[in-house]
Ligand binder design. Sequence first.
Ligand code: GAL
Length: 714
Amino acid sequence: MRKYLNDSWYFKDNFKTEYFNNVNVSEFVKIRIPHTVKEIPLNYVNNTDYQMLSTYYTELDLSDYKDKECYLCFDGNAHYSDVFINGQLTATHKSGYTGFKVHIDDKYKNDIIKIIVRLNSYETLNIPPFGNVIDYLTYGGIYRDTYLEIKNKSFIKDVFVKADMDKTLTLDMTYHNTKPNQKIKISISDISETFEIKDKYSFKDLNVNLWSIDSPNLYTLTIELLEDGNIIDIYSVNVGFRSIRSDINGIYINNELIKIRGLNRHQSFAYVGYAMPSRVQKLDAKILKYELGLNAVRTSHYPNSQDFIDECDRIGLLVFTEIPGWQYIGDADWQDIAVENVREMVLQYRNHPSIFMWGVRINESDDNHDLYTRTNNLARELDDTRLIGGVRCIENSEILEDVYTMNDFIHKGDNEGIRPRHKITNDTEKALLITEYCGHMYPTKIFDDEIHRTNHIKRHCKVLNDVNKSTEHAGSFGWCMADYNTHKDFGSGDQICYHGVLDIFRNKKNAAYIYASQSDSRDILEINSSMDIGEYPAAIVKDIIVMTNCDKIALYKNNEFINEFYPCEEYKYLKHPPIFIENTVSWWGGNTYDYTIKGFKNNQVVKEIKIEKFKELFFKINTDTQILTEDKSYDVASVTIEAVNQVNNHLSYFNEPIVIETSGNIELIGPNIISLKGGFGGFYIRSSEAGKGKVKLYYNNNIIKELDYEIKTP
Ligand code: GAL
């Protein structure tokens, strides 16, 4: 049984040993988890604000569980946790990105016990990723679920599920304290059988469909521990049957060569850093798959939440996950923790079908034969079903892994998109996968001018095109999904790296549509330009780009047909190259023009856009849900805002304030007045309790939107 504790903690932004004797909760803040030790501004962040020793306090009454085994579980505490039970140091955990469990001894089951987590979120810790500069904020807080696991004295400790494309299933079992009179019942698909207790079970020819990117079939495996016919423990997990392998030609899922097309994802969000609940984690996976049309994500630079990976399993988004770290390798103690991080990552995540590869190097670190021999060996020992990678940015690095995973930032706008294989490695057997490109080579803000945003599009096009053209590359992950808060040594001086194809609220920059248009799942027809000559030096408009999966477009000027345009030659290796519109925009002084663009598939118009000069202001306001669920904790909905004109043209320089008013059982995350930036904005609201809530948005004292929320309990 799992009992969530997310709503039972008190927080104090300091730590004192006197708390061991007495915690006066009136001096603490009652909080809900996911929690951040400090909410931060959108940008211009002082990174010392979240560096502290803090105290999380709760009381537990386990007197009902005297004959049980109890574990206090934490899925993610940033970064170094000491857990005290009644003042006794009972466990220490040294990573902000993996979970841990604390066994609660029977002696603590007579009275109410006092739990204190002393959480250290200083960036001076001698654990990964700390030790040198880091290009992302590391935040602090108990930011993933906390719960009690209550078990009978005998239970199933762990199961490693291996489900293969030949429809075999192997279960590697570990138990706690089992007895000869106990049995195991295994149910999946049309199997439901009871067995003697064993360490391994194998099944053949299961009646299942395979898990793949396009058809992510999942089956529920239930394993019951039975004693005298009674169920005394249940282990349940989603299983996807699929196989992964690689060779010099690339990466295969179920023997099919897959060209990886993905982006890197940081798990951070505006204001609250890492502290976002399940829905928001899952939303990112859906954005990557359904809105950006990708088939993979790299969880740079650490394991992401189980919720995020669960969603990747469900929707068919491949995951490359890796141990925490950024360029720096520390001393022997530090390295031991990095190895431990491999163990925790593999053991905690190895039942996810979407994970195809483990990253067992510190991102962009130098070669280190001894350390990486240890991490490779451990990952192989714990999991023989997946690929091993480890991200470097150096050429000819020692390749202990299965795949040469390389950050290739060679492209600078006017040269080749990627390095040829022989420049990277003289290995002749292993797959080569690009794990980052673009990013810092061309930071782009959603509020940059048109020329800048256009160059951003072209750089992503060029790299994607060259990766597609190459038979030497298994695919690529771009840098990166969304803008993120960072340290002073990086970013644009305001503690944001504007490297995303999405902004920090997940609004789409123009370049996002290059990704979206590679997928055929919906019709895409998006233009990079407002067709205003005055936006360009000397009024010379360059590079009007239509990002589309249409076969061709037709352009009309003031309703008069001008010409048809076709996918460009320059990026012809893209599945759907963008379409350039040339020689159409005229010198000023005459009439202003309206344009219509029609997109055709098989000679049928499937989509149409109009481009008109501004007459009237509108706002497009979207929320991902209006039903929130108070389940294992609070729930969060995202709201995005876009300023548009009368025909839905984006207003790129609308930077005005919007006032946000909330009422009922919801709270606003962040300030109640926000400025749109480049015509885009966003915010989040969180549930406070079941019932109803309302958001009213005002521009210039007028209500522009009301959003009603219903907050349910499950
Ligand atoms: C890479 C690094 C990423 C990010 C990126 C920016 O070198 O691995 O974390 O900093 O550069 O382009």
